[in-house]
Ligand binder design. Sequence first.
Ligand SMILES: [Zn+2]
Length: 287
Amino acid sequence: MSGANGHVNAMTVDVEDYFHVSALAETISRKDWASMEYRAEQSTARLLEMFAQRDIKATFFVLGWVTQRSPQLIRRIHDAGHEIACHGLTHELVYRQTPEVFRTETRDSKAMLEDAIGAPVIGYRAASYSITAQSLWALDILCDLGFEYDSSIFPIAHDRYGIPGASTRPGRIRAPGGREIVEFPLSTKKLLGMRVPVAGGGYFRLMPYWFTRWALNSVNRDDDLPFVFYLHPWEIDPGQPRVRASLLSRFRHYNNLDVCEQRLRALIGDFRFSTMRNLLRPHLQAA
Ligand SMILES: [Zn+2]
């Protein structure tokens, strides 16, 4: 076990199915969701087994659509000692929503989760990390709705998300309206002068495992930071139905699905993990 510098890292899962993904939204519309083959329950159950074997507690950011479809799954995650957090209602990108719609959807999805588990939900992650420079107003709404932390900001430049130059360190940030919220930015590494994502999803599948392990060790050791790893249940489901989409979207979605589970098993053997809520406790208490 590396645990470089003694760091414990955040293990996070965005609980949604393959047909919710932004990269495939160009071909699957929201009204098709109900008729798609639903596989998230099964793959989430497999993640729960893997985490149980290593005694890892993780944060599950759950999409409202999944909460409605499988409230018993949400209770099962919660009962296993993991943290339940909010991934919005419809997986619409925040900067494509009006503040009014964002407020209603986020409030409703938080309430659904709290009904399902009978406990407060304090963490939020936007669909496709879509809190960007144009949608920072969302942080004020998260404060209004009683969220204590957010993990939606990617401090990089990317076509769909990112705030280049944003802090890479978890801590309190100021929302435009003046209040503070704790932010746990997605982990990145500076390579050849460019800040690149290293801690999950498509990047985890794209790069060989030795690269991820090196980069994450370096975040712990050289940057002296805990990293946040993120994954979706569909990323360990190579049997999912194939969906027609652009070449780039297909590559982003389907690349290396078959090796992902095995890599994840290696990762959770090599590093120490806990929930976001646990890791952020010192910042949350400063409130
Ligand atoms: Zn998502």
